[in-house]
Ligand binder design. Sequence first.
Ligand SMILES: CC(C)(COP(=O)(O)OP(=O)(O)OC[C@H]1O[C@@H](n2cnc3c(N)ncnc32)[C@H](O)[C@@H]1OP(=O)(O)O)[C@@H](O)C(=O)NCCC(=O)NCCS
Length: 167
Amino acid sequence: MSTTVRSATEADVPAILDIYNEAILHSTATFDIEPQTLEERLQWFRETKHPHCVIVAEVEGGVVGWGCLRSFRARVAYRFTTEDSVYIHEDHRGRGIGALLLGELIGRAKKGGFHSVMAGMTEGNPASEALHRRFGFVEAGRDREVGYKFERWLDVVWMQLMLPPGA
Ligand SMILES: CC(C)(COP(=O)(O)OP(=O)(O)OC[C@H]1O[C@@H](n2cnc3c(N)ncnc32)[C@H](O)[C@@H]1OP(=O)(O)O)[C@@H](O)C(=O)NCCC(=O)NCCS
């Protein structure tokens, strides 16, 4: 089965929402707790503008995963730093689709003129850690017990990929 990676369109947002809401409800991968509405996800999509982006992975015409580059922090001096997110439908994990998406996001981050890519992951997410390590991300810090979900405190581990100038 071949997998296609492409820029997302508004028509992809319902599938992106389903994958994200599953993660909200059943994992600590995101610190959102309530499922999002389609309207909220559409607003996020419309607000994500170049050099930030939303991309999807498609298998047999269906969206099975998505990724994005977004603002790391709002203050202007952070503008050359971006943060990635990658979410794969639970039935399609462990088949290299996350790697396809993250590879594409890193390529777009280089083209977009970013200096580094940050990835914040909740402690105990070996798949996300392995995915990022594979592309050269290294641990850059840890925020201790900054999240509280499913009745427990959670650390956020930061990984970072420095991008060579002019790449
Ligand atoms: C994290 C996630 C995006 C990885 O995507 P994926 O398609 O399952 O990963 P891939 O098949 O591309 O594998 C990438 C690497 O992770 C490793 N990996 C995948 N699943 C793993 C697991 N459960 N435990 C340990 N390593 C794992 C793979 O072996 C591979 O490493 P390698 O290149 O060194 O062999 C996916 O599991 C997911 O969507 N999880 C839920 C949401 C989430 O946690 N998103 C990240 C938020 S920071």
